[in-house]
Design a protein around this ligand. Structure first.
Ligand code: BT5
Length: 335
């Protein structure tokens, strides 16, 4: 679906969006785009068919005039990239109604040489991946499932930091746009009210001393209702809509996440995790708390103390300071 909109329709739309607060005559659009008024009218009809809200007015004397009101809830690439710089993350976007996993597809695109900042996004995933072979529930029209291709010049050991800054970016975009209190359960869960609203899956293609590329996959529960979560995750998952009571704008959220992530990513590449650590600690829901985790094949319990410069979690285990780099942790008294 997202791929069927034509360039002329997008051009006409952008003419309207650039003057979003006023009516624009179709003669002006036709002149700007060097196409006939008939083609402009046809494009407008198609935009209405897509669900765009446009206000139209015409008088006997003047040409038809049109004003942009709102876009449909579709993850169109041209909506996500609107207003973004050509060099920015999310300028180059592949959007799909349905894919197996955006991460799997992003690997293919990275292998064929797609640039850093390229985004693969889907309305629905049929084989969404979590970590360690787990799956990510990815129903249609309610979430956003996206993968960002990165080509950082870092050692593979530092790659986990990318998961952390992606999680921070999601947490801060949600907080900023919807005024919801968000937290991060190390390493990759974004929580609202102690329930999981988003997850990050970072995968890399690397040699021992060299990262070829990284795929940062982000799944966000945006407009799910309670009924959209199946039994096994029902009590532990939430969405922005459930937490705020209102439907959220998926495009605005995706744009917000990309902007926050891009800024943090460049800082991370230039200066390492040092400049990010304050935010990572600030959003962390577990520092200072008792946690359970698996350590050397056994279940262990300790106190989460800090996050180090490789993104590892430092834990006080019976007086001994240990670092854990991945895996599952649970708070001893909640999620
Ligand atoms: C994650 O794994 O949290 C990483 C999820 C990353 C998903 C994105 S979507 C775009 C990109 N393409 C992909 O194929 N994946 C990425 P993990 O920490 O392993 O958590 C998975 C666990 O969270 C599952 O075993 C469930 O218990 C739970 N879960 C599954 N779907 C969920 C959802 N929609 N909301 C909340 N919890 C969920």
């Amino acid at each position: 679906m997202a791929k069927d909109i034509t360039q002329t329709q997008i051009d006409v739309l952008n003419e309207l969006k650039e003057r979003a607060s006023s009516f624009v005559g179709i003669d002006i659009i036709a002149r700007e785009l060097e196409i006939s008024k008939t083609r402009v009218k046809a494009a407008l009809r198609e935009l209405l068919n897509w669900g765009y809200q446009l206000e139209q007015k015409s008088t006997q004397k003047s040409e038809l005039r049109v004003k942009y009101i709102a876009s449909p809830d579709i993850l169109f690439p041209h909506e996500i990239s609107f207003g973004r710089d050509e060099e920015s993350f999310g300028f180059n976007i592949y959007s799909f109604d349905r894919v197996g996993s955006t991460n799997t597809l992003a690997h293919k695109y990275a292998e064929r040489g797609e640039a850093e900042g390229t985004v693969v996004i889907a309305d629905r995933q049929t084989a969404g991946k979590g970590r360690l072979g787990r799956s990510w529930h990815s129903p249609a029209r309610t979430g956003a499932y996206m993968s960002i291709i990165l080509r950082p010049e870092i050692l593979p050991t530092y790659a986990p930091g990318l998961s952390l800054i992606a999680a921070v970016s999601v947490a801060e975009a949600i907080r900023k746009l919807y005024k919801l209190k968000t937290a991060i359960k190390w390493p990759n869960d974004v929580l609202i009210n102690d329930k999981k609203a988003a997850g990050v899956l970072t995968e890399l293609s690397a040699e021992l001393d060299h990262v070829r590329y990284v795929i940062v996959g982000i799944g966000i529960n945006i407009n799910m209702t309670e009924a959209d979560f199946p039994g096994e995750i029902h009590s532990r998952a939430t969405s922005i809509r459930i937490a705020s009571g209102d439907k959220a704008d998926r495009i605005a959220l995706v744009q917000g996440i990309l902007s926050h992530f891009e800024a943090r990513y460049h800082d991370f590449c230039d200066s390492g995790i040092a400049g990010q650590i304050k935010a990572i600690r600030g959003y962390s829901s577990i520092l200072g708390k008792r946690i359970r985790f698996s350590y050397r094949g056994d279940n262990a319990e300790g106190t989460a103390v800090d996050i180090d410069e490789s993104g590892q979690l430092l834990v006080d285990l019976n007086g001994e300071r240990i670092a854990i780099s991945s895996g599952e942790i649970t708070l001893t008294d909640s999620y």
